[in-house]
Write a new protein. Structure first.
Length: 105
């Protein structure tokens, strides 16, 4: 059997196979596109927000990953389940939170 095909648009951390014509899974595409526009990210091999990303892919703020997961759950079709499984369970892309330190003034 052939492995399940993935949609044309995936979160930035995942490769983008062209298994389906663009737009065939618009709702899943929209979830991924919104995640790709996360305001707070750390690009590969850079440091930001007190974190160092030594991975080959971008990591996003955990709020963005939570929104992606919720969006994919709302879509709830084969494409959204494949993307969710790949991103959160197989690759296990980490996320980061802002850590606020108390300082005396």
């Amino acid at each position: 059997l052939d492995p399940p095909a993935l949609p044309a648009t995936l979160p930035a951390a995942l490769p983008v196979p062209r298994a389906f014509p663009a737009g065939e899974h618009q709702d899943t595409d929209r979830c991924c596109r919104d995640h790709d526009h996360c305001q707070h990210v750390i690009h590969p091999f850079t440091a930001r927000y007190g974190y160092r990303n030594l991975r080959w892919h971008t990591i996003s703020h955990c709020d963005c990953d939570r929104r992606l997961k919720e969006c994919l759950r709302r879509v709830n079709d084969t494409a959204s389940r494949v993307v969710g499984q790949a991103f959160f369970n197989v690759i296990q892309v980490p996320c980061f939170e802002f850590a606020y330190k108390e300082e005396c003034v």
